[in-house]
Design a protein around this ligand. Structure first.
Ligand code: NOJ
Length: 560
């Protein structure tokens, strides 16, 4: 730890406009050929990662876990799953990243542990009312015999949010007893954040990884930690947040900010201070930005573009609002189109305009066949959206495989599916496995160079998408990402932009303070160039080279 004043460190703001690449470790690269990606696999690919032109990697959980929710069910917050490596492998990975000029962000999962966590095991083995139970939310059930759950709260993965235990201690040992809360899978019991030991333990975890050289943290379900557990529990039959005043029973409660102010104090013990980004699915941007204040985490994911239709006016409005609010709160904005929880964006954009979340789920359930996706169009739009986004002020979060133009693997056989959503909805919602299929590195190698037989099967079409097949190929999605990230680093400017007018409504046109210009034609036919645009300055196109017009569904970058 350095004794410099943290905020005066020359690197204190590295994260504000970083390009961050998300690694889902079990699906990235498998060095020991057991079919599960691992940390040595990440280390072995560090050259590929730094060659992309990113600034940081973010690793989804690599902690010991039974994988009831892909690793977001953590058994031990201060260790590495032995199937993924060891703490020494982790240190080697961080050292390799730093040697390559990359920062490292790790995922922290504070809303819930796994049911195998030592504290939860101790809670199960203890009687109702014991101190061991107090670190989670255990309550007696309703009904004459406590046979009904304490509230009507649903779980995110389907079914209810309460599970009843068979008591192991106390006068009722051997009989059904209390219920515990899990807003996600039953294997993910929610912590009680009013408990001082829970708060302290997470400070210990932050310091544990920060001391090992980690540069930042991604905070899972940041908006869920504070809950109104006063009895009787309030009814909340849907997990949607409908109020923007901090009084929802479960999410985005005002009390959560006190927790993150405490985290900021810990993060500021380091020089430069450690960065953090909140995953807070809060629909109200003014509330979401509270997590991102400098006195809290610094950034919050903004999923607005990810959820928006491919439309110039929508994109412009979202960007404008998010930038204004980020500036007002002192945060920097974040942008993202794909991650391990959503259908990959080239597939989303391949579906009919106006598709809702329910339509996307139905499409997945139909193995990606109905409606038939227009894959060419989907990828064309995805590339245009990505170039539009990579020039915006703020941080860009990229998800492994998007640089290869991967589509969702929508037709995974039912027998391969692992997402708890699939099981908890009685096979009505397929879930997120289709964006988590292990990456194709080289079509000439077994398992496309991933390693052993992958834990989710790779489709044959991965061959054409493998990194080696795109390496050095002009116009490939991989080369487009590399060029864009390279230019982004050279052209990065102050955190603002100016909108320029365009004769066509379907065109969004903006300029960064140094003159870096971006034009996106969201329309299906070529659009006229705005007056004064000099095509000789085009340094990058997401599609065809422009000749007198902006090609359909294409973004152009112009050098200052
Ligand atoms: C958000 C994570 O991104 C997701 O993958 C996980 O299932 C839930 N939080 C629960 O931890």
């Amino acid at each position: 730890m350095s004794t410099d004043l943290p905020s005066s460190h020359p690197d204190a703001a590295w994260w504000r406009q970083a390009a961050v690449y998300q690694i889902y470790p079990r699906s990235f690269a498998d060095a020991n050929h057991d079919g599960l990606g691992d940390l040595p696999g990440v280390t072995a690919r560090m050259g590929y990662l730094s060659g992309l032109g990113i600034d940081a990697i973010w690793l989804s959980p690599f902690y010991p876990s039974a994988l009831a929710d892909g690793g977001y069910d953590v058994d031990d917050y201060r260790n590495v799953d032995p199937r993924l490596g060891s703490l020494a492998d982790f240190d080697a990975m961080v050292a390799a990243a730093h040697d390559s000029g990359l920062r490292v962000i790790v995922d922290i999962v504070p809303n819930h542990s796994s049911n195998r966590h030592a504290w939860f095991q101790a809670a199960l083995a203890s009687a109702p009312g014991s101190p061991e139970r107090a670190r989670y939310h255990f309550l007696d059930g309703l009904g004459d015999d406590g046979e009904l759950p304490p509230s009507d709260w649903p779980s995110h993965f389907g079914g209810g949010a309460w599970t009843r235990v068979v008591e192991q201690a106390g006068p009722n040992a051997g009989s059904p007893g209390q219920w515990y809360l899990h807003l996600f899978a039953p294997e993910q019991p929610d912590f009680n954040w009013d408990h001082a030991e829970v708060r302290e333990d997470f400070h210990t975890t932050l310091r544990f990884w920060a001391d090992r050289g980690v540069d930042g943290f991604r905070v899972d379900v940041a908006h869920g930690l504070a809950k109104d557990m006063s009895l009787p529990l309030r009814s909340k039959p849907s997990l949607e947040i409908l109020v923007d005043d901090g009084t929802d029973a479960l999410f985005d409660r005002d009390a959560v900010h006190e927790i993150f102010a405490g985290w900021r104090s810990v993060l500021n013990e380091y020089s430069p201070p450690k960065a953090a980004v909140a995953e807070a699915w809060v629909p109200f941007t003014n509330r979401r930005l509270m997590y991102a204040r400098p006195s809290e985490l610094g950034q919050a994911f903004n999923f607005d573009l990810l959820q928006a239709p491919f439309d110039a006016a929508e994109f412009r409005a979202i960007v404008q609002k998010c930038l204004e609010e980020a500036a007002a709160s002192g945060a920097s904005s974040t942008w993202v189109f794909s991650n391990h929880d959503v259908i990959r964006h080239p597939s989303r954009y391949a579906l009919p305009d106006g598709s809702t979340l329910a339509d996307l789920e139905a499409w997945l359930l139909a193995d990606g066949r109905v409606p038939a996706p227009d894959l060419e169009r989907g990828l064309r739009r995805a590339r245009a959206a990505t170039l539009f986004m990579l020039a915006l002020p703020g941080s860009a979060y990229l998800y492994q495989g998007e640089e290869l133009g991967l589509f969702e693997v929508a037709d995974l056989p039912a027998s391969a599916l692992q997402d708890p959503t699939w099981f908890r909805t009685q096979h009505l919602v397929k879930g997120r496995d289709g964006c988590r299929v292990p990456l194709p590195w080289d079509a000439a190698e077994p398992n496309f160079g991933f390693g052993g037989t992958p834990w989710l099967p790779q489709p044959a079409w991965f061959a054409g998408k493998a990194a080696a097949s795109q390496d050095g190929v002009d116009g490939s999605t991989l080369e487009m990402y590399r060029s864009a990230l390279g230019w982004r680093r050279k052209l990065q400017a102050e955190e603002t932009l100016e909108w320029l007018s365009s004769p066509a409504d379907v065109v969004a046109h903006y300029r960064r303070p140094n003159g870096w210009e971006v034009l996106t034609n969201f329309g299906a036919v070529p659009a006229a160039l705005p007056a004064g645009v000099d095509l000789s300055k085009v340094i990058l196109s997401s599609g065809d080279a422009p000749s007198g017009a902006i090609p359909a569904e294409t973004t152009l970058w112009l050098t200052p």
